[in-house]
Design a protein around this ligand. Structure first.
Ligand SMILES: [Fe+2]
Length: 442
């Protein structure tokens, strides 16, 4: 669970509950029951499964614990919609979620309404002391559902991409643009403090706050673009083993990688599948849907490197972008449902929040002194701290209110279906060559 949270009164919690829950349904609205049932690969879950699972979360961790005379809405739903909580009991096979033709999308709606009614009744009836004790669980449920809102969109993007008709989810494409020069922001380093502080919500993996030593470094002021990625490809980026980590080069060969995940070449033109349609690659937009291996290979080609998560967080906070009112950017993009161009240079960091989750060079590990909480909820984050890399910043599909400077997302290094991108780093150690491979100012 969370180690810090905002204590809420019932009215605030109920209003927030309705906002979060209704937003999930608004994201599913453009999708037919058939769309909502497909699982196009093991990592992707059907839309209706997301809708049911986040409901199961409130049913399991709130209603089952607190409701008088609790009984599950359906006995089998506990089995079908448990994601990975061993302590809660057995669960259905993740790669087979697309076989769950029943309950249908409409029955999942019935499940959601039933749990919503019961949660509202529970929250309205609790005394202040009990409410204060439960507010951390309720707030965790909000942030959990927001995580699944982002996953719902990433997952349906893949589902629609394998449909030969290439259906559009929603939105319109951004106008054609060209990359502007990449600038750099110098950061002093030294003994810095990292991790969440204050009263706002944080996941357990953002704690405890701790010190770390950083050598001086600099970060690119924007994300790497499609135009720069085309240069990497034209220079043999996917054909040169010397650019790649060994595991990554293995993937290039066994999976036939020759471009980002959603790019296809038709008559010599590279097209990109997005939620707003399939279009010629727009050079000024951030490159996205890359594995960590691809991001690392690009950085090597550019004679740079990926930032560590500590460098990313310290650079953001020390630039004045750590305060809650500074967490703005291309988040919850309902115009293009995609990463957008960086816009004019500011002299500081651009595209910190939103657009694409930024791969870092950091393995996903516990912070010094981290201990997951006891019980099933302790399985939320801690047990995944192996074989995953940290990403920072959020993406265009991240809900508003869900990004923050200390947020640690994580995926296996070979994952390409999430909306991932990269920002270059430099310094901290002598560069192998002074020759820049991307056009830069400064
Ligand atoms: Fe979940």
């Amino acid at each position: 669970m969370t180690a810090t949270f905002q204590t809420r009164d019932a009215e605030t919690l109920l209003r927030r509950y309705d906002e979060v829950r209704s937003h999930t349904e608004s994201l599913a609205r453009p999708l037919s029951p058939e769309d909502q049932t497909v699982q196009s690969m093991p990592d992707v879950s059907p839309t209706k499964w997301h809708r049911a699972h986040v409901t199961w979360f409130f049913e399991t961790f709130l209603l089952a614990e607190q409701e008088d005379g609790f009984a599950p809405f359906q006995d089998q739903y506990w089995f079908l919609f448990n994601s990975y909580y061993e302590a809660v009991g057995p669960r259905y096979s993740r790669p087979d979620r697309g076989l769950i033709s029943r309950p249908g999308a409409h029955e999942v709606g019935d499940y959601r309404r039933n749990v919503d009614d019961r949660v509202r009744e529970l929250l309205s009836s609790l005394d202040d002391g009990t409410l204060e004790k439960l507010s951390a669980t309720v707030e965790l449920g909000f942030h959990h559902e927001q995580q699944h809102q982002e996953l719902l969109l990433m997952d349906i993007k893949h589902v629609l991409s394998v449909n030969p008709l290439r259906p559009v989810y929603a939105g319109t494409p951004a106008p054609h643009s060209a990359p502007d020069p990449m600038g750099w922001v110098d950061v002093e380093g030294g003994l810095v403090e990292l991790g969440h502080e204050g009263e706002g919500f944080a996941f357990d993996n953002e704690l405890p706050r701790h010190h770390q030593w950083l050598e001086p470094f600099r970060l690119a002021d924007r994300l790497v673009t499609n135009g720069e990625w085309l240069e990497f490809m034209a220079d043999g980026g996917y054909r040169r083993p010397e650019l790649w980590l060994s595991d990554g080069w293995g993937k290039v060969q066994t999976e036939g990688w020759r471009a980002p995940f959603y790019w296809t070449e038709v008559d010599g033109v590279w097209l990109e599948h997005t939620l707003n349609g399939t279009w010629p690659v727009n050079p000024g937009l951030p490159v996205t849907h890359l594995s960590h291996y691809e991001a690392d290979a690009f950085a090597t080609w550019a004679h740079r490197r990926l930032p560590t998560e500590a460098e990313w967080e310290h650079a953001v906070v020390s630039s004045g972008l750590g305060a809650p009112d500074a967490v703005t950017g291309n988040l919850a993009d309902t115009t293009t449902f995609h990463a957008q161009a960086a816009g004019p240079a500011t002299g500081g960091l651009r595209q910190v929040y939103g657009d694409c989750w930024e791969w870092t060079a950091s393995a996903y590990l516990p912070y010094p002194g981290f201990h997951p909480p006891a019980g099933a909820i302790g399985e939320y984050n801690g047990k995944f701290m192996s074989n995953q890399m940290v990403l920072r910043g959020g993406c265009a599909l991240t809900p508003n209110g869900h990004a923050r400077p200390t947020y640690r997302n994580f995926f296996p290094p070979g994952a390409r279906w999430p909306m991932t991108g990269l920002r270059l780093a430099d310094g901290g150690a002598p560069a192998p060559t002074p020759k820049p491979a991307v056009t830069t100012r400064a």
